[in-house]
Design a protein around this ligand. Structure first.
Ligand SMILES: NC(=O)c1ccc[n+]([C@@H]2O[C@H](COP(=O)([O-])OP(=O)(O)OC[C@H]3O[C@@H](n4cnc5c(N)ncnc54)[C@H](OP(=O)(O)O)[C@@H]3O)[C@@H](O)[C@H]2O)c1
Length: 338
């Protein structure tokens, strides 16, 4: 049994923070002290963890005395401001925001892909954006054998990826539309209920959105392939939980759908669900609450002899965020890095 740790969760009242606590309890993560932090709005709220009832405190630069491990899942601004004092106080910080992901000396980790990068950490480890994690999880073992040449990915992302306010917005708008009333968007630029938005996050000058650039740049960093040809279109869907992705991947060596299936099947945490004869493939409704990255619709790309097309679904709050963070912490404990 590893020595238990003093843990702080920043953003403990949010969707990812709460999922982190749920998964930590499920996996009996070794915790001897737990500090739950959020904004001033949540001070005094009580959250139950196992037998403990813990009062939420406001996150400040002084919150990290005696903390061994801090999980940050609040906002990019909070991570930018509070992680440096937390590291100075001696805490290893695992950050869910985009604040530090592309910094050269910050490992950006999916444990099944690049756990060795953790060895060089300097107090901060970032976890990738929620659609990037499952994409790398699936592509990595195939890349090892068949060498990726080009990836095109189209995402179908759920509203919980935007946080609790977006979940409320979809719920309220769905009721309003069914009642025949008008809707007024707050979180998204247009109505999300009964709609699709080909925009996730803000547009950058290039015509791509920030989310699309995150997938492109983070995938290259995680795989140590800075020149990888990769393009993305990210779409927000009226789904509560579970991000789906349609992926077209070209390889340098000949590959069949059977080769692809055999290769990913052997990878920890991947679940292949692919039987067209009985309409079997993963869907976000079925995958919500599950830890694995689910893959289906594996087929030869009709437009390229060495291309494979497939579909993947993962729970964005679990493998896309909190579970990946806990797996990183477990790996760091096993490697004596905390
Ligand atoms: N949702 C996903 O699938 C996903 C996946 C990967 C990464 N992420 C990232 O994870 C982070 C949180 O996402 P979420 O979905 O959990 O959002 P959320 O449900 O909106 O929760 C946000 C959390 O941040 C806290 N917070 C906001 N401002 C703060 C401040 N000034 N000081 C301290 N705490 C503050 C909130 O506290 P109050 O309750 O007090 O306001 C709340 O606990 C974001 O950086 C997001 O980009 C999310």
């Amino acid at each position: 049994m590893p020595a238990p740790l003093n843990v702080a969760v920043v953003g403990a009242t949010g969707l990812v923070g709460r999922e982190f606590l749920k998964i930590a309890a499920e996996r009996a993560f070794p915790i001897k002290g737990l500090r739950l932090l959020a904004s001033h709005r949540s001070v005094g709220k009580k959250i139950t963890y196992g037998e403990w009832e813990i009062e939420v405190e406001e996150a400040t630069p002084k919150s990290f005395e005696s903390v061994d491990l801090a999980f940050f899942s609040a906002t990019t601004e909070v991570s930018k401001t509070l992680i440096p004092p937390a590291v100075k106080a001696g805490a290893v910080c695992i950050d869910d925001s985009s604040a530090w992901r592309m910094e050269e000396d910050v490992p950006l980790v999916v444990p099944e892909v690049n756990a060795d990068d953790l060895n060089d950490h300097k107090g901060i480890v970032s976890i990738p954006n929620c659609p990037t994690t499952p994409l790398c999880h699936v592509l990595w073992p195939v890349h090892q054998k068949y060498e990726l040449v080009r990836v095109i990915v189209d995402t179908y992302q759920s509203v919980s990826g935007t946080g609790a306010a977006a979940v409320r917005e979809l719920t309220e708008q769905t009721r309003q539309v069914l009642d025949g009333n008008d809707t007024r968007p707050h979180v998204y630029p247009h109505q999300i209920a009964f709609n699709l938005l080909p925009q996730v996050d803000v547009f950058l000058g290039s015509g791509y959105t920030k989310e699309e650039w995150k997938i492109i740049n983070e995938t290259r960093k995680i795989m140590h392939e800075p020149e990888l040809a990769i393009s993305a279109t990210c779409v927000r869907t009226p789904v509560f939980t579970g991000h789906s992705e349609a992926v077209h991947a070209e390889f340098a060596r000949p590959i069949t759908p059977e080769d692809f299936h055999e290769t990913i099947k052997a990878t920890a945490g991947i679940y292949v669900q692919d039987e067209p004869s009985v309409n079997m493939y993963p869907t976000p409704w079925a995958v919500a609450g599950r830890d694995e990255t689910f893959v289906g619709r594996i087929r030869q790309d009709a437009s390229h002899p060495m291309g494979i097309a497939f579909w993947l679904v993962s729970d964005n709050l679990r493998k896309g965020a909190a579970l990946n963070a806990i797996q990183i912490a477990e790996e760091m404990i096993a490697r004596n890095l905390i």
